[in-house]
Design a protein around this ligand. Structure first.
Ligand code: DQA
Length: 258
């Protein structure tokens, strides 16, 4: 789920006690609750943050990287002079909508100028709490859609990769099944030779595999395959010899019982 950060700067914690002509009568909590409800409607998670301090706001902007998808920022009076906040917004590469409860263009001259406007995707001012709600809609519908699109694209690419991989896997499994079938035929042929050898050795009273013969088989195994598989091939031959020995002693035991 996408995350939107609602950031409020200095003196916005005092909403409800500030001039209602500009800021209305609601508290910061009312404002944040309205944003949280809007978040539910838009299907995004809402995180709220307020600070009186420029450095805390900057730090919060920094730590939003990789965590937050869009920011609604009312920087309060910092709007008009904090180049440091401007620089932080610029570097985080997260869409930030600048908002104001009051209409900063129809108040004192010093409020007309926003130093953060150029690095924000939009400025919405003078709509009261609605400034925040419109900002959230814009983030979701205009500025965060690119990310959604990328996510969707990634999802489609992932699905295509998965289906290609599962196609390739099933081809490989079919090939392995065919090889196993051949190997079992060879295994059976080998075991039949083992049976015959066991009987011949019994006739002449000889032991089963001699250690030198075992080593010879292991050397051939290592040389008979690509170096990468040499150890595994020796392991396989050891196992085959173990099965052969087991088979030979079974045959001996059966004939001794007779
Ligand atoms: C404000 C406008 C700023 O000029 C002022 O300093 C604020 C609030 C607003 O929301 O209207 O603190 O950002």
């Amino acid at each position: 789920m996408k995350k939107i950060l609602i950031m409020n700067g200095p003196n916005l914690s005092m909403l409800g006690k500030r001039d209602p002509k500009h800021y209305g009568s609601g508290t910061l909590q009312d404002l944040e609750n309205a944003c949280i409800s809007k978040g539910i409607e838009l299907g995004v998670e809402v995180v709220c943050f307020q600070s009186e301090s420029e450095s805390a706001i900057i730090r919060k902007l920094h730590t939003s990287m990789g965590v937050i998808d869009g920011i609604v920022l009312n920087a309060g009076a910092y709007t008009h002079y904090s180049i440091a906040i401007r620089d932080a917004i610029e570097l985080i590469k997260i869409p930030v909508v600048e908002v104001h409860l009051s209409d900063i263009h129809n108040r004192e001259d010093f409020r007309n100028r926003s130093v953060i406007e150029a690095v924000c995707v939009e400025q919405i001012s003078g709509l009261g709490v609605k400034s925040y709600l419109v900002a959230m809609e814009k983030l979701v519908n205009q500025y965060m859609v690119r990310n959604d699109g990328e996510d969707a694209l990634c999802g489609a690419q992932e699905a295509a990769k998965e289906s290609e991989a599962s196609g390739l896997l099933s081809e490989e499994r079919v090939a392995i099944d065919a090889i196993d079938k051949e190997m079992l035929v060879l295994f059976e042929r080998r075991m039949k030779h083992v049976d015959r050898i066991a009987k011949i050795k019994m006739k002449v009273g000889k032991e089963t595999y001699a250690p030198s013969r075992e080593q010879e088989i292991l050397d051939k195994a290592a040389k008979g395959v690509d170096q990468d598989y040499a150890e595994a091939a020796q392991e396989l031959m050891r196992e085959l010899m173990r099965l052969s020995k087991e088979r030979q002693s079974q045959i001996r035991n059966v004939s001794n019982e007779d």
